[in-house]
Design a protein around this ligand. Structure first.
Ligand code: ATP
Length: 235
């Protein structure tokens, strides 16, 4: 479904992704691990057109999306959640959910969208009418994730960058259940530092170091694979 081929990405003259290739198959959950600064965010941002690719290419369902404008990539059915706070400070939580409806043909009203989001993260309910600027880091994280997960039409591919950051253990559990539910229907790439939570739902994983993949495999056993990832990250 997503094929990244011999990618080189630079910030000015500093190369951060080095000849990186990766294939993600339709319907799978793919986890990307690596230390701070390894290049995980740069890689996923280059897939959605936010960071320019210098050489190499990225295809989505055999269509070349390299350096395509982010809104066009979104219209092909690719969703993305940023690592940063990235909510609209002056809009209320409810107004954010209204933006999650991107299809003019959908029959859902705002109440249905809010109900779906609150079903996922009930902790947001007391804040429905609050402006996003007043939310804590964890609440903003839930808002951002809920927007991506209740979006219609459902994304064919969803890239989520460090979703567990700022979430309580209970909300990480809710999120992983939701991602499991989407599996099959939506292909998911998840960038995470929380190895155990991600590896529990992933089918495959890769470890990135200094902008290159140093290890990739199918998930076979949670304990064994967690140990392998830790070893590669620390090594
Ligand atoms: P983290 O887990 O901390 O988010 P990461 O694996 O996602 O790390 P990136 O954020 O992709 O890593 O960063 C890769 C390298 O690129 C780092 O050395 C970082 O300092 C550098 N970098 C990231 N963004 C920029 C930018 N906008 N301009 C210049 N250099 C950048």
């Amino acid at each position: 479904m997503l094929s990244i081929n011999n990618l080189d990405v630079y910030y000015d003259d500093i190369q951060v992704i080095h000849n990186l290739s990766l294939r993600v198959e339709e319907g799978e959950i793919y986890a990307l691990f690596g230390r701070n600064g390894a290049g995980k965010t740069t890689l996923v941002e280059s897939c959605v057109g936010l960071v320019p690719v210098r050489t190499g290419n990225i295809t989505f369902n055999n269509r070349d999306i390299t350096n395509m404008a982010p809104y066009k990539i979104c219209s092909l059915g690719i969703g993305f959640t940023f690592q940063e706070r990235c909510v609209f400070p002056t809009l209320s939580v409810k107004e954010h959910f209204a933006l999650a409806e991107t299809s003019a043909f959908s029959r859902r009203n705002l109440k249905e969208i809010c109900d779906e989001a609150l079903d996922l993260f009930p902790d947001i309910e007391p804040h429905l009418n609050d402006k996003a600027v007043t939310l804590s880091g964890g609440e903003a994280q839930m808002l951002k994730l809920a927007m991506a997960l209740v979006r219609r039409p459902k994304p064919k591919l969803l890239l989520i960058d460090e979703p567990a950051t700022g979430l309580s253990a209970e909300n990480v559990h809710r999120l992983t259940n939701k991602l499991r539910e989407l599996k099959g229907e939506t292909t998911i790439i998840i960038v995470e530092q929380a190895i155990r939570a991600a590896i529990q739902i992933a089918d495959s994983y890769a470890v990135i170091r200094e902008g290159a993949i140093i290890h990739q495999d199918r998930v076979s056993s949670i304990d064994k694979d967690e140990e392998v990832v830790q070893k590669y990250i620390l090594g």
